[in-house]
Ligand binder design. Structure first.
Ligand SMILES: CC(C)(COP(=O)(O)OP(=O)(O)OC[C@H]1O[C@@H](n2cnc3c(N)ncnc32)[C@H](O)[C@@H]1OP(=O)(O)O)[C@@H](O)C(=O)NCCC(=O)NCCS
Length: 146
């Protein structure tokens, strides 16, 4: 089921960050999102285990996806799609009309996920990522298209 992140989820999300990213968010950074009124994080949980999550930060009337990840053994089961759908619907209800994100230029699975949701490549930020250094695509979509 999808629900909002709670403080109890933070250790599991931090563990997934380490598995999924070379520059993972720390427990402290993730926990600080809970007290940020402009942040919205959702988790996909099954029987007490967090299998995926998505986080955003809002600067009305726009928002950015900060990160989205699914545990490797649970990928390609539409969990990422359901998280993105839920986030888009929630932000749209809160009168956010544009959603942006950055993605590594080589991240084919994520780019395919976003393009399937109607995100378009708007630009490229050279050497945006470290570890390894890599360009980012900036992608965006209108939330009226949810
Ligand atoms: C990107 C990610 C969140 C996708 O989650 P997921 O639950 O596996 O995605 P879904 O099952 O909802 O897939 C939806 C669509 O995304 C695309 N997609 C997902 N995985 C893909 C893959 N390995 N290769 C190509 N396309 C892929 C497909 O278009 C897919 O639709 P389809 O199943 O009908 O082909 C997951 O691969 C992940 O956690 N990756 C590591 C973290 C990461 O890179 N996050 C993005 C940071 S910008």
């Amino acid at each position: 089921m999808i629900r909002r992140m709670t403080i109890e989820d933070v250790p599991q999300i931090a563990a997934l960050e380490k598995v999924c990213f070379s520059d993972p968010w720390s427990q402290r950074s993730i926990a600080s999102e809970l007290s940020n009124p402009y942040s919205c994080w959702l988790v996909w949980e099954e029987e007490g285990t967090v299998l995926g999550y998505i986080g955003s930060q809002t600067v009305p009337p726009e928002a950015d996806v900060m990160n989205v990840a699914v545990a490797p053994e649970h990928r390609k089961k539409k969990i990422g799609s359901k998280l993105l759908t839920a986030l888009c619907e929630l932000l749209h209800r809160e009168a956010i009309d544009k959603l942006f994100l950055e993605v590594r230029a080589s991240n084919t699975p994520a780019i395919a996920l976003y393009e399937g949701f109607g995100f378009q490549i708007l630009g490229r930020r050279p050497k945006y990522y470290v570890n390894p250094v890599e360009d980012a695509y900036i992608m965006g979509k209108e939330l009226s298209q949810c």
